[in-house]
Write a protein that binds this ligand. Structure first.
Ligand code: VGL
Ligand code: ZN
Length: 188
């Protein structure tokens, strides 16, 4: 029997409009994600919410020699889930990149996510959220490596596009790694 879980990647304030690392059109992922959450709740299926959860002096921050403006500092407002994200108290929250050194774009990196999915005998995952070209990509590729049938929902992701075209490249890389791409409608 197949068992499908929903993985919502980093649907946090700092990656949306007004946030310190706002992804262009990032807020647009929230309505389709909410529809998916509703459906998964109604069906009693598992939901995982990953979040970027950095210390204030994280090595990925520009003032520490890293690539990014400070963002998603653990406990700060910017690290909170998007205010319009549907409440799902039953979801499992997965905090990542919690140590100063090194970054963790993948929700599987340094977390219990793999063990939790395996313990629940999950076979398939649907992945949505932010950002296509960083944490969504890394999480989806790791999901395939964990042996999960992995589908990324292309209408429910947006990319940073540090270089124009990065998001498209990310889709190509995910496909090459064995990730399926689909629209969220087909799961609602
Ligand atoms: C992310 C850049 C830095 C992401 C996290 O969630 O995609 N991107 N930290
Ligand atoms: Zn980060």
């Amino acid at each position: 029997m197949n068992k499908t879980a929903l993985i919502v990647v980093d649907a946090q304030r700092d990656f949306c409009a007004g946030g310190s690392l706002a992804v262009p059109d990032g807020d647009a992922v929230i309505p389709p994600i909410n529809a998916l959450i509703k459906k998964f709740q109604a069906d009693g299926k598992l939901i995982f919410l990953t979040r970027d959860w950095h210390p204030a002096d994280h090595s990925s921050f520009a003032d520490q020699g890293g690539l990014w403006p400070p963002h998603c500092v653990a406990g700060a407002t910017g690290a909170a889930f998007h205010p319009d994200l549907l409440a799902c108290p039953e979801a499992t929250v997965v905090s990542k990149a919690t140590e100063r050194e090194g970054d963790a774009y993948s929700g599987f990196d340094g977390t219990l996510l793999r063990a939790q999915l395996l313990a629940a005998e999950v076979t398939d995952v649907l992945i949505c959220g932010l950002a296509s070209d960083y944490c969504v990509k890394a999480t989806a590729i790791d999901a395939v490596k964990a042996g999960l049938a992995t589908t990324v929902l292309t209408d429910a992701i947006r990319g940073v596009d540090v270089q124009p075209g990065d998001s498209q490249l990310a889709l190509d890389e995910m496909k090459a790694a064995g990730v399926k791409l689909a629209l969220s409608d087909s799961f609602i």
